[in-house]
Write a protein that binds this ligand. Structure first.
Ligand SMILES: [Zn+2]
Length: 476
């Protein structure tokens, strides 16, 4: 065995159970889990590197099912705004001043921040995703499901468009993005850390013809289509404008045989209950981003309803501006509280279910359930350990029940994660990155962001969002 964490509490989350092992050991051979069980049953002399897991809890690495890391330099840049202002008056005027290096630096910041709080798999969604894979994910050693954004809306002066003006499509632009998306599969076929999905941005931003080609390609590559679905009023206006007044995203997708197990549908907050029933019956997977959608839209994503119908749901963090960060421990608590409040039901989304949402359910949604998401012999070694020896997680008891299960969701902050192993490699050891200078990234990010925000200042003020007025009042 190359590496093992010994004497720990272990949550395997295998076979739909918590799989709690007391005084357990997880052993890693190469990139896979080679042993899991009681420490008494393994000869520790045959382990090269031993990490003492006393007062620690070991669990599968977390899966972020929808993330755009490259906007992380704009953290805090568009907050407490009306939804209609968030994109055009909030984040837009700042994002205009990001260059390609800033997107990479922002992505590094986002990925490192997320790994520190236990995320090991990232379902990354962006234009030129290969650049992030090459310059961020592979050098850091994080697992990534790369999705290339395919957006076919013609380049026009968007500011001059009214929300009800129908977008024109530029088929060539769509084809170019699709080609890039296709190439990812070939490029990364021998990289175990990388898998790929197709990324039509949303039904209002891609033509049906292109969507049909994407579907054919997804079938031939046995991949999935990762798409924003039913994101709200602006999308609905485009869909009714294009397809008739009774049309909705879900209905159109269904009519064109796009609603099936190939689809990973993100957000879905502008859907009717019956539409969600239809999606579940067709085996569509859903991803919800609780902090992002509640903060930006003032809406609770329909994660619980979808889950209650028997649908598979994963959790994502979207981008840092708005939700703030990429900490999945915080997302568990957020959706649990929102759901309990929404349904006035304190039993909705109990703690143990939250743990599945951010691990094996995420893995299933991304098609990686055979490789990651639980701790089982033969699976890839994506493992985190959690230091329970701190004020927030004390006391820790195991009889007559394990109080650390609810405490992981409702008292932990995520910063208790102290060892992170991805694909068998120790990425964080005792809270420190083993081969990355974290402080250097923080310093670079601060320096660059200061310039970006200053350069964007005039544009941002001219856009005149609610935040601009708040600044004038000295409130931010
Ligand atoms: Zn998104």
């Amino acid at each position: 065995m190359d590496l093992a964490i010994v004497n720990a509490w272990i949550l395997t989350l295998a076979k739909n159970r918590l799989g709690i092992i007391k005084n357990g050991t997880i052993g890693i051979e190469g990139d896979r889990i080679g042993f899991i069980g009681s420490t008494d049953d393994i000869d520790t002399k045959k382990i090269d590197v031993i990490i003492d897991g006393k007062n620690h809890l070991v669990m599968p690495g977390l899966v972020n099912s929808h993330i755009h890391t490259s906007l992380t330099l704009l953290r805090g840049g568009a907050q407490d705004l009306p939804e209609i202002e968030w994109m055009n008056k909030g984040i837009g005027p700042l994002a205009k001043h990001l260059d390609s290096k800033d997107l990479i630096l922002g992505s590094k910041l986002g990925v490192l921040e997320a790994i520190k709080t236990g995320t090991t798999t990232f379902s990354e969604y962006t234009r030129d995703v290969a650049r992030l894979v090459e310059q961020v994910y592979l050098p850091i050693g994080a697992r990534v499901v790369a999705t290339e954004t395919i957006n076919e809306v013609a380049q026009v002066n968007k500011a001059a468009l009214k929300p009800s003006d129908l977008y024109e499509f530029d088929n060539k632009k769509g084809q170019q993005a699709l080609t890039k998306n296709d190439q990812l599969f070939e490029k990364y076929k021998n990289k175990p850390l990388v898998s790929c999905m197709y990324g039509p941005q949303a039904l209002d931003m891609v033509s049906l013809d292109t969507l049909k080609t994407i579907k054919e390609n997804a079938i031939s590559r046995n991949s999935k289509i990762h798409m924003h679905v039913a994101q709200g009023k602006r999308e609905r206006l485009q869909i009714t404008g294009r397809f008739g007044k009774d049309a909705s995203t879900v209905k159109v997708l269904d009519n064109h045989e796009l609603l099936d197990n190939y689809l990973v549908a993100v957000h879905c907050h502008d859907t009717e209950e019956q539409e969600r029933e239809l999606m579940v019956s067709k085996n569509v997977k859903m991803v919800g981003c609780p902090s992002s959608i509640s903060i930006i839209d003032g809406i609770i994503p329909p994660i619980y309803h979808y889950f209650s119908l028997g649908g598979k749901v994963g959790i994502g963090t979207d981008q840092a501006p708005g939700p703030g960060n990429h900490n999945l421990f915080r997302e568990m608590r957020t959706i649990s509280l929102l759901t309990k409040t929404q349904f006035r039901d304190p039993t909705a989304f109990p703690s143990w279910q939250m743990l599945f949402l951010i691990t094996i359910f995420g893995a299933e949604i991304l098609g990686l359930e055979k490789e990651i998401g639980t701790l089982e012999i033969g699976k890839r070694a994506d493992v985190i350990s959690f230091d329970m020896n701190n004020l927030l997680l004390t006391p820790m008891v195991s009889n007559p029940f394990h109080n650390f299960i609810p405490n992981l969701v409702h008292s932990a902050t995520g910063t208790e994660v102290d060892n992170v192993i991805i694909d068998g490699k120790l990425i964080i050891h005792q809270r420190k990155f083993t081969s990355i200078n974290e402080q250097k990234i923080i310093d670079e990010a601060n320096k660059r962001a200061e310039k970006i925000f200053a350069d964007a200042s005039d544009d941002w003020k001219a856009a005149g969002s609610q935040m601009v007025k708040d600044v004038e009042k000295g409130l931010i």
